[in-house]
Ligand binder design. Structure first.
Ligand SMILES: Nc1nc2c(ncn2[C@@H]2O[C@H](COP(=O)(O)OP(=O)(O)OP(=O)(O)O)[C@@H](O)[C@H]2O)c(=O)[nH]1
Ligand SMILES: [Mg+2]
Length: 739
């Protein structure tokens, strides 16, 4: 990375400063959803997240861009989208600070590439009018030209270039069209004289700008900024001159401060008027036609529910076979390891702790892959924004910001990117309210829990003979999270986070055919994160839990000594040990033998479970589930690995090894009654919808709010809600005679 490029002196550097030798820095700036990250990915070969809604990128991302094979690569910076340089939200501030060289870690860019969406030229050019004044060499990358061409929009790039006074390069990121031309234009722009604003104010205002320039403002651009920005210059003389100018202008026109806005748009109209032919700035008719149905007051929500139901049904049915295979593979692995390692604690740790724990979670990989396949498809097509639009009315009713929806929708994948995405919300109170409710959205880590409960008790159960109860329950869990989030948001916004009603800012991007490459990359990235978590967090917790469940050793069932061990080993080798088949999934049957009970009961984890039992018994949970609950506060999926270990530890080696689902179904309480019932399963699911059980989420909230106060508040209030809801579910169910 020590590539150094001779970067010519900046045009604004003092004469004679000489050439600095450092890596060239190029920044991508543009409106949200203009295609910046798509261009960034095409240029660097990286795979940052791309999706069809505004506000996907909320932090700076960097990569290397080979501008010319002869030269070392440049540092390419992808930025969050912004509509103007007057940043209001945190993500916009990041972009503005880098573009204007105010960010310490990134030198001011040598060249700014303004990404301009060809299908939405006028709005996108507003930012360009500001970038023209920012004092950096500028190149326009005209993105989405394929879409412009399809909608019969003819843009004369050369004409646009001469009207703007800077190079304009048409690009199609999808097919990598125009990338070489962009590299050449950027190289040619390095060190060139920065462009300037070509729009003009009314003669009166222009005269005031000239006067300020004469009175000490370093340039016309600075004089303009002094006159119209909120802050006054610090220098007393300049300040007095600005105040006098403002007084004169407001005397003749009370709306004087709006003039730059109208002047910029007037200029944009002139520029585009000469360079664009065809239907100007009009979305393809098909988007509107589809939206008439998709965002319909009545059909819209029905379609949304239908889409969710189809996704869940597909996740369940398509994933069954691969899950079964992984399940069997881990079962076989456990058996093989047990067969080849000497009997003893180490083998128990590897088989009952590591393989049972990690394997128990990894079994759900096919479902995670499918979930992200659908999320990526819905995001990239533009449907997610419509889903946001549909719940918008509801959310605005509780006082939440229009921009809260995309962060909340991202939280269905994982609360962490969801919470990061709240950076697009300007008002800090609205942002905090959104952060505090984001973990109510059912993230992918809840999927294994829901699936386990549904598979154990609701497989093939149908309502009225045809509605699958499993899918219905799944849908209900997602909806429960949403409803509780709305209620909590209403309470927060009417108490501690009171703020004026926010304006509606919701942009519906045009529908696009989802890019298969994007979808596949999203699946790869997300599933890799899932596997990584299984290999790190889950692995550590599994080992820890195994130890807590294994020690101190039960007096009833001591560790087999060497002789016993050898005997068991021999039995295994002679095939007397069991059926010798590879056992699906990693847990063993819950016979609740005295031995096993004694081992778990008196282990550290068992003792903790017993301490907790009186507290969680009203929710329908026994002490073994209590162990799982405690562990799941580190990461939700841990409940699955914990249960795998709980129903394994201290087991007689001769026991049959059915799947975890079987183990859950067969688990017994000391009185012989089943530990789990459909009602307990639902109560458990409700608890998992509402409790904040994820260390990473807590850490991100701490980082984003810069204090411990809010993450602790979040964990506490969500725990109370989860407890009460589970209590009501279980006790209510019992009152209704359910079991
Ligand atoms: N047809 C077509 N679609 C494109 C092109 N470039 C980007 N897209 C699509 O436009 C959408 C937005 O692209 P992104 O690259 O995420 O846009 P962005 O400017 O980074 O957006 P933010 O990060 O939200 O500011 C995605 O659905 C892309 O697939 C293009 O050249 N042609
Ligand atoms: Mg982006």
């Amino acid at each position: 990375m020590s590539s150094i490029l001779e970067s010519p002196p900046q045009a604004d550097a003092p004469a004679g400063a000489g050439a600095e030798t450092r890596q060239l820095v190029v920044a991508l700036a543009g409106n949200p959803n203009a295609g910046k990250t798509s261009i960034f990915n095409a240029l660097t070969g990286l795979r940052q997240k791309v999706a069809n809604y505004p506000g996907v990128t909320v932090e700076r991302k960097e990569g290397l861009w080979t501008l010319d094979a002869e030269l070392p690569p440049a540092r390419l910076v992808d930025l969050p989208g912004l509509y103007s340089l007057d940043a209001a939200s945190i993500d916009e501030e990041i972009a503005r600070d880098i573009l204007t060289g105010r960010m310490e870690e990134v030198p001011a860019p040598d060249v700014v590439v303004a990404v301009v969406d060809a299908t939405n030229l006028e709005r996108n050019l507003y930012l360009v009018t500001q970038l023209l004044e920012a004092g950096r060499p500028l190149v326009v990358a005209l993105s989405m030209v394929d879409l412009a061409e399809r909608s019969k929009l003819e843009i004369d790039a050369d004409g646009l270039s001469s009207a703007l006074g800077i190079p304009v390069v048409p690009i199609t990121a999808k097919t990598k069209r125009g990338l070489d031309e962009l590299a050449r234009a950027v190289l040619a722009a390095v060190g060139s004289k920065p462009p300037c604003a070509l729009w003009r104010l009314s003669p009166k205002a222009e005269a005031e700008v000239r006067r300020l320039y004469a009175a000490g403002a370093p340039s016309r651009e600075e004089a303009l900024r002094d006159l119209y920005s909120d802050e006054l210059p610090a220098d007393p003389e300049r300040r007095a001159a600005v105040e006098a100018a403002r007084a004169r202008l407001s005397g003749s026109d009370p709306q004087w401060w709006q003039e730059p806005l109208t002047a910029r748009y007037r200029w944009i109209e002139e520029v585009t008027g000469g360079a664009v032919r065809g239907v100007k700035d009009e979305r393809p008719g098909s988007t509107e036609r589809i939206d008439r149905f998709v965002t319909h007051r009545f059909f819209g929500p029905i379609l949304l529910l239908l889409v969710m139901a189809v996704v869940f049904q597909a996740i369940f049915s398509w994933a069954t076979l691969p899950m079964d295979l992984i399940d069997r593979a881990f079962g076989a692995l456990g058996e093989a390891v047990r067969a080849h390692m000497p009997v003893g604690l180490l083998t128990d740790l590897v088989v009952d702790g590591v393989i049972a724990g990690v394997g128990g979670v990894l079994v759900f990989l096919p479902q995670i892959l499918l979930l992200f396949f659908f999320i990526a498809l819905l995001e990239d097509s533009g449907y997610m924004s419509r889903a946001a639009f549909l719940v918008d009315r509801l959310m605005r009713g509780v006082g939440l910001h229009g921009k809260a929806f995309m962060p909340l929708l991202s939280s269905f994948a994982c609360a962490i990117p969801g919470i990061m995405a709240t950076r697009t919300i300007e008002n800090p109170k609205d942002r905090l309210a959104t952060i505090l409710i984001a973990p109510f959205m059912s993230c992918s880590a809840r999927l294994p829990v829901y699936t386990l409960m549904i598979a154990a008790f609701f497989t093939d159960v149908r309502l009225f003979g045809f509605v699958p109860v499993g899918v219905l329950l799944m849908l209900s869990m997602y909806l429960l999270g949403i409803v509780v989030a709305i209620v909590v948001a209403w309470i927060l916004k009417h108490t501690i986070l009171k703020a004026p009603p926010p304006p509606l800012v919701l942009e519906l991007p045009p529908y696009r055919v989802p890019s298969l490459v994007n979808v596949l990359y999203t699946m790869r990235t997300r599933s890799w994160l899932f596997v990584k978590r299984a290999g790190t967090v889950i692995l550590t917790i599994s080992i820890l839990l195994w130890a807590l469940m294994t020690f101190p050793r039960s007096a009833v069932k001591p560790v087999p000594d060497a002789q016993e061990g050898a005997a068991v080993q021999e039995m295994r080798e002679t095939g007397l040990e069991g059926k010798g088949e590879s056992a699906p999934l990693t847990a063993k049957a819950e016979g609740d033998t005295a031995d096993e009970g004694a081992q778990l009961q008196q282990s550290y984890a068992g003792r903790l479970g017993h301490v907790l039992e009186p507290l969680i018994a009203p929710l329908g949970f026994d002490w073994k589930m209590g162990i799982g609950l405690v562990a799941s506060f580190a990461a939700r999926e841990t409940i699955v690995s914990t249960l795998s270990i709980v129903y394994n530890v201290g087991k007689d080696t001769n026991a049959e090894s059915p799947s975890l689902i079987e183990a859950v179904r067969n688990a017994k309480r000391p009185d012989g009654s089943p530990a789990w019932t459909p009602l307990v399963a639902v109560s458990m699911m409700v608890f998992f919808v509402l409790a904040c059980q994820c260390m990473s989420t807590v850490a991100v909230v701490r980082r984003e709010t810069n204090s411990w106060r809010w993450p602790l508040f979040m964990v506490a209030y969500m725990l109370v809600i989860a407890y009460v809801a589970s209590f009501v579910t279980y006790q209510g169910g019992k009152l209704l005679g359910l079991s």
